[in-house]
Design a binder for this molecule. Structure first.
Ligand code: PGA
Length: 650
């Protein structure tokens, strides 16, 4: 929150005054001896982009949008800024770092300590990005980001650039009493007007006092550098000058330019007004427009106009004393803040509330459906409408399509994390239209659970112990698996049955313990080559189901995903043909129907496993009783695995 608030504030005040930010960048470049190599347009663009970047990063932090990416970018920003401010504090090439524009001026040492605190905060956020609570659902985050970007770029930065900063934090803001401030400076007191002197160019006379002490109105056309001043509005400027002459108001053009530039300006614009010299930095501070117009009365700033928004001709028909032009504008800072609250903050608050309400009603509906379903299955053996399988977290009664990866004993921790990250990013960018699960070695689970978006990719183990806990050296219990953040577990894989002598009885225990700990079981069955050659495949799969899962009550059986994996096809490159697989899948479904009824059979997900790859997946998945795959070898490369997942899109 501290980081978010700082970034938002700092981005906002920079965007309010893009020219001020540009001047600051220019100061830095000068301190580095690079100023002459960087064109003004580039520094101005950088100023606008820097402001927008800071503001949007702050908004993302506040709403916890793209938490991992944003926390990294924020850390990089702080890691660059902190040493930079250390250099500022030590070498003091610029007196004010400019991080909050003119709104809040810090000394270089204050800035350094501020950045050290922010850097620590950035490290914390980067270490645990997912601890940031989301204010808005992922599906609506784009609205917040785009709305904020449009607001900061167009409504604030470009508008301020075209007209004048909407909030003026400088000593020459509307309402500022220059006479008093200047007098304080002359009396040797602390005052920001140290370099404010007006000297006529023709005779070199200092007329500052005369201008500030004038009890009537005075127009000051401010053009720090006439060479770069925009002359597109020269007619309007000349009109104001004529108006000032008609009504007897003094009019001066203040510039830091020399005689030649003044002569050129007079020639090109037909200017007849007198010219005075003033320090260029002061002039840039007076008004963020080159040229810009200032109206003084009694030494007080009454109005300021950018050259793009000079007073229109109609407004120049009566004396200032009788016209709105001669009064300070009524849109005070409070009304501007209210405007921002109404048009920026309020819509975001309403959006957030609507989003939360929507998420809450969805949650209630889901909960209601769940309890209705469990009532249905309690009350009727053959409940047609129940969908109690938690793996089927979609609303329809259709069984869920799943592609599950089984990494087996592959991948060290680092490679495994890299693969899971790649998959996470890939599938977030291109959402699958089936359930996706990755089952990894135990040691990967806790690390992967930290970043995996389990709304898109479920995480599972490849095994768990058949004992609850105790002196079973080297074993990992279902409770331990669950505690990592995993939700699934593969049980009964043929490699475990064969190499680790897992019998149907042992597996029965494992299934019970897994379910007791709320893990969703992917239960593997399948015949060996010899058994298939002997035509015993149906017998074998039936015995495996009966031996370990048909003992479950219906509501628990509904939570099981079956994976049919003919042993002769696993890792051999030999796939069962789609027809062979469909035949036995249909058989498996029929025996589930015999045991639990057709509705349960129809809702049970039955995966195919054994040399399944992107090339054969579409044909296999097209079969009515094949609901996806359990993938070994081809799940070890993100692209291969994604190819299989995409089979559901064909
Ligand atoms: P495979 O393995 O895809 O490498 O054949 C499948 C499995 O054993 O689950």
């Amino acid at each position: 929150m501290v980081l978010a608030a700082t970034f938002i504030l700092s981005g906002f005040v920079k965007a309010v005054d893009p020219l001020g930010t540009q001047y600051k960048i220019h100061d830095y470049l000068t301190a580095l001896g690079l100023a002459q190599f960087v064109p003004d347009l580039l520094t101005l663009t950088a100023a606008v982009l820097l402001a927008a970047l800071e503001f949007i990063l702050g908004i993302c932090l506040l709403f916890a949008i793209r938490r991992r990416l944003v926390s990294k970018v924020v850390l990089v920003v702080m890691a660059v800024m902190t040493p930079l401010t250390l250099w500022l504090a030590l070498a003091d090439p610029i007196h004010d770092c400019g991080c909050f524009g003119d709104a809040l001026v810090l000394t270089n040492w204050q800035t350094l300590w501020k950045n050290v605190v922010l850097l620590c905060a950035a490290v914390i956020v980067w270490k645990a990005p997912t601890l940031q609570p989301r204010l808005i659902s992922e599906s609506n985050q784009w609205i917040v980001v785009n709305y904020s970007a449009l607001f900061i770029l167009f409504v604030i930065a470009l508008r301020s650039l075209y007209t004048l900063p909407q909030f003026d934090f400088r000593p020459y803001h509307i309402g500022a009493n220059l006479r008093e401030g200047w007098q304080r400076m002359m009396d040797g007191e602390d005052s920001p007007y140290t370099d404010f002197f007006i000297e006529r160019t023709d005779d070199g006379e200092d007329i500052t006092e005369q201008v500030l002490n004038d009890g009537g109105y005075t127009f000051l056309l401010v053009a720090p550098h006439l060479e770069q001043a925009d002359d597109s509005q020269l007619d309007e400027i000349n009109q104001v000058y004529e108006y000032s002459q008609d009504y007897g108001y003094p009019f001066y053009c203040l510039t830091a330019s020399t005689g030649r530039a003044i002569t050129r300006w007079q020639e090109t614009t037909g200017a007849e007004y007198p010219f005075c010299n003033t320090d260029d930095i002061t002039l840039k501070t007076v008004i963020r427009s080159n040229p810009g117009l200032l109206l003084l009365k009694d030494g007080i700033v009454i109005r300021k106009w950018s050259h793009n928004a000079l007073p229109p001709e109609e407004a120049l028909s009566k004396p200032l004393e009788d016209s709105e032009l001669g009064k300070q504008p009524s849109d005070s800072a409070t009304s501007k803040i209210l405007w921002i609250l109404t048009w920026f903050v309020l819509p975001l608050v309403l959006l957030t509330l609507a989003d939360r309400l929507w998420a809450w009603t969805r949650w209630i509906r889901k909960k209601k459906r769940k309890s209705e379903n469990s009532e249905n299955s309690d009350h009727s053996e053959n409940s047609e409408n129940s969908d109690n399988n938690p793996i089927n977290n979609n609303s329809s009664n259709m069984r869920k399509k799943i592609v599950a990866g089984n990494w087996k004993m592959n991948m060290n921790l680092q490679d495994g994390i890299a693969l899971a990250k790649e998959l996470n990013e890939t599938l977030k960018a291109d959402k699958p239209n089936c359930g996706v699960v990755i089952c990894t070695p135990f040691i990967h689970l806790a690390s992967i659970a930290q970043f995996l978006d389990q709304d898109i990719i479920g995480l599972g183990a490849e095994n768990c112990a058949d004992k609850e806990k105790g002196a079973f050296t080297g074993e990992v219990s279902a409770e331990m698996v669950k505690s990592t953040g995993a939700q699934y577990v593969i049980l009964g894989h043929s490699e475990r049955r064969e190499y680790y002598n897992e019998t149907p009885e042992i597996l029965k225990e494992k299934v019970l313990l897994a379910q007791k700990n709320d893990l969703k079981v992917i239960f593997c069955i399948g015949e060996s080559k010899a058994e298939r050659e002997a035509g015993k495949q149906n017998e074998v799969v039936k015995a495996e189901l009966e031996g370990s899962v048909f003992n479950l009550p219906e509501e628990d059986f509904r939570k099981i995903v079956i994976a049919y994996e003919p042993i002769w096809a696993i890792g051999t490159g030999l796939t069962a043909t789609a027809e062979q697989a469909e035949e036995i899948h249909a058989y498996i479904r029929s025996i589930i129907a015999e045991k639990y009824g057709q509705a349960v059979a129809d809702d049970t997900t039955i995966l195919y496993g054994g040399s399944c790859k992107a090339s054969n997946a579409p044909e296999l998945f097209a079969k009515p009783d094949i609901d996806g795959g359990l993938i070994g070898g081809a799940s070890l490369k993100a692209a291969d695995f994604k190819g299989i997942i995409d089979a559901w899109k064909k």
